[in-house]
Design a protein around this ligand. Sequence first.
Ligand SMILES: Cc1ncc(COP(=O)(O)O)c(C=O)c1O
Length: 395
Amino acid sequence: MIPSVLPTYNRAPLTFVKGEGAWLTEADGRRFLDLGAGIAVNALGHAHPALVNALTEQAHALWHVSNLYQIPQQQALADKLVEHTFAHTVFFTNSGTESCELAVKMARKYFYDKGQPEKVEIITFDGSFHGRSSAGIAAAGSEKMTKGFGPLLPGFVHLTFGDLDGVTNAITEKTAAIMIEPVQGEGGIRPVPDAELKALRQICDDHGLLLILDEVQCGVGRTGKLFAHEWAGITPDIMMVAKGIGGGFPLGAVLATEEAASGMTAGTHGSTYGGNPLGCAVGCAVIDQVATPAFLESVNRKAGLMRQKLEGLVAAHPDVFEEVRGSGLMLGLKCSATNIDVVNAGYDNGVITVPAADNVIRLLPPLTLSEDDIAEALIRLDKAAAQVEGQLATA
Ligand SMILES: Cc1ncc(COP(=O)(O)O)c(C=O)c1O
């Protein structure tokens, strides 16, 4: 008999009942150091007082009104995002995949309104992940995500990650945009080098294309800048955001320049919940914390420390790990053992990591974790690695 919850997930036998900072408590009382943060969602850790206050204050005042009316919390969050980024305007969603939907619609509508309706195609890259909606899976294009779900939304051209010549060769009169994650998350923590992001920006400028950056996983302070593309000194035309911006409350956003957003006039898009007072009150509290030089500096400091320690871990366990990669506190350990075995050994030793493609385990801790937490993480990861070595020896 089918379970009452549709069985689309492979769940670990863990039930967390409480969270505080970088720590989770299981129903049986065991404590786990959370290096997954809900897959880069709990940017400020669990039960951060500023977020708890923002949510409860708003909950006492007003939960929801429709976008038929003014929503001051939404206006405030949009103003903050415009102040801190390239963007002139923001649309709020509830998830990354909804942000992908709007990014695709916005790019196509832009060219339609400019009298170039043939420009509908969006270039994407292998290993990418843009969500599970029809547009999201068509954008990623992998067999794993699309098999059985046809007919797929047309208009995506899939290229090899890192192949810049391929990009130039693929551009035709139908090309509208390039969509890319500055650091691939699900694809195995694969950062796009700064020079390549710059080159993609240049290609878009030279050919009159829109650059869409998917910062759903790598944005909101994760790499040590408010948004990852800032490291390359470029700006996109459209950016997809979600995950960290709500700190655990479902919230997403599409940020855009005035020009790129020019087709999205009244009635062209909407959402019942997107930009709801509860989500935006929390989003404001997240941005107030993260978008400060001191906070971002602390992320960079902790990222440096963690990376250095992880290099030592990899060197100590060559049968388990191959390399450290990533940017800021978006780190990956490419495994020589099977990544799922390492994740499971982590569970046994009270540390949570997240598997990704390319036999990688992801470390996406709360950006607020302490240096003591980092030290404890390394002790637990070391024990997990030793456990995997023991399993390999007896296999
Ligand atoms: C880069 C990227 N884009 C889009 C998504 C989809 O976001 P959501 O699961 O909130 O729909 C994800 C989720 O993992 C992601 O990592």
